[in-house]
Design a protein. Structure first.
Ligand code: ACO
Length: 449
């Protein structure tokens, strides 16, 4: 994979320095699909220059064979398979197998994989006790970061990533335990007893069972709702080198254990510009309140002086309709129909908001379309999840992507510790003057008055 000799190397780019009259050739590497890349690995060594790319808008940080996105045409493929095919023909564990191993499983592989995952769904009982150390009103994502990080203190036999067997056990444990961890975070916040996993249920049904069942009553759920949950996980399974995945890779590049790396990914996902956006969409729709108020919020979103943005709109990579958003919209329709809630005011408001934004010049010119989060919150709310759980559900679906990307990185022969450089804009060297600095500059003056 990392052996570029197999890839056709095009005519190199030439950098010419007018001042020194020297030139430098930059090789171009071709991928299987998508833009070619300039190989700048020797740039600093040969020219003394760094590249400058805040937010990594033009930087490929690794090579990968897992996920391909064509943002201009709204295409998303995992291991070559279109997301629409996977969402309509596969189940989540099949997609997990595909991401981890590179191919769809045979029926025997699938049976074995399901069996392995279902035998790892329980948590160490001491880990269950850890929940009781959190405040009841803790955000479930805070609990997720803590409990997933703590897995490394419990499963010592799968933290040596140089051993292929330990690597695979860690992958299986994370995929299997993450729904249990998420469901327990919910149960803790509502003060209900933890519900232990039931391994005869499917992945999605087991999660819904651990989240919504109570020991006093029978638990029954419509297969359509289970399917919607499963599809939600598929649509979130992986998304190339986004912020949380890059966080997992960067943490893992130092040799950190996989549980710690996934905890870092969960922390990154929490932000409202990333996984927290589905929670923010519902808050925004509730704030807008009714169709008549939409123009006020569209105006706010377009105002550069106003920090308000239309949540669930826009994407760093998609400059077209996010293909996951169209499946999610369809799924929202199916779920609300199943629950007899098609007239749900938030859904109606979202449909209208989408229509107005898509016909507005600002959104057209900037190529801002609904992303995966725009309709997902509506589905989750209808299923009975509180908004604070939305990002947890995203994390459950994304865990397989994170761990597959981590595994790919560990197995890459050119795996190097991630260490970006910077454009320094601070002080030049200055004389050490403690007293005068304190008097003139201290921002803490008011503290020690
Ligand atoms: N509403 C209004 N204006 C927007 C929006 C939005 N949702 N998104 C982008 N813009 C504008 C920006 O203000 C900027 O305008 P300018 O050129 O006049 O400065 C222009 O469009 C380009 O936006 P950037 O912020 O430069 O785009 P970037 O790729 O950095 O950001 C992001 C992408 C963070 C997703 C952004 O579109 C956003 O904040 N959207 C809302 C939050 C959201 O839905 N996040 C979920 C992303 S999907 C995911 O993580 C699963």
């Amino acid at each position: 994979m990392a052996d570029y000799d197999d890839n056709k190397i095009d005519t190199p780019f030439t950098l010419f320095n007018n001042e020194t009259g020297k030139s430098f050739e930059i090789p171009v590497i071709k991928g299987t699909d998508g833009p070619d890349v300039l190989d700048i690995r020797k740039l600093y060594q040969d020219t003394g220059l760094f590249t400058y790319d805040p937010g990594f808008t033009s930087t490929a940080s690794c090579d990968s064979s897992i996920t391909y996105i064509d943002g201009k045409n709204g295409i998303l493929r995992h291991r070559g398979y279109d997301i629409n095919d996977l969402a309509s023909k596969s189940d989540f564990l099949e997609v997990c197998y595909l991401l981890l191993h590179g191919d769809l499983p045979s029926s025997e592989d699938k049976r074995k994989f399901n069996e392995v995952i279902s035998t790892h769904t329980m948590l160490h009982e001491q880990l269950v006790n850890l929940y009781r150390g959190f405040r009841r009103d803790a955000h479930p994502m805070a609990i997720m970061v803590g409990v997933v990080g703590a897995l490394s203190a419990f499963y010592h036999d799968s933290t040596d990533f140089s051993d292929i067997n330990q690597r695979m056990i860690a992958c299986h444990r994370l995929i299997a335990k993450i729904p249990t961890i998420g469901a327990m975070a919910y149960k803790y916040s509502v003060g209900q007893p933890f519900v232990y996993p039931k391994n005869n249920l499917s992945y999605a049904e087991n999660f819904l069972y651990m989240t919504f069942s109570v020991p006093t009553e029978n638990f029954e759920i419509s297969p359509k709702i289970v399917k919607a949950m499963d599809r939600f996980f598929i649509l979130h399974a992986d998304h190339e080198q986004n912020a949380s995945t890059s966080t997992v890779r960067l943490a893992g590049s130092s040799g950190a254990n996989p549980f710690a790396c996934i905890a870092a990914g969960i922390a990154s996902l929490w932000g409202p510009a990333h996984g927290g956006a589905n929670e923010a969409v519902i808050k925004m729709l509730e704030e807008i309140g009714s169709v008549e108020n939409i123009p006020i919020y569209i105006k706010k979103a377009k105002d550069n002086e106003d920090p308000f943005r239309l949540m669930g709109f826009g994407h760093r990579v998609y400059k077209n309709y996010d293909p996951r958003a169209s499946v999610m919209k369809e799924s929202a329709h199916e779920v609300l129909k199943e629950l007899n809630k098609l007239d749900d005011p938030l859904f109606q408001l979202a449909l209208e908001l989408e229509k107005i934004a898509l016909n507005d010049n600002y959104f057209i010119e900037k190529k801002l379309f609904p992303n995966v989060d725009f309709y997902s919150g509506i589905i989750l709310k209808a299923l009975g999840f509180p908004t604070s759980m939305f990002t947890v559900l995203f994390a459950i679906g994304r865990t397989v992507g994170w761990i597959s990307q981590w595994k790919e990185m560990i197995e890459d022969p050119i795996n190097k510790i991630g260490r970006p450089r910077q454009l320094y804009k601070g002080h030049n060297s200055r004389e050490y003057q403690l007293e005068s600095t304190r008097e003139k500059k201290s921002i803490f003056k008011w503290l020690w008055k």
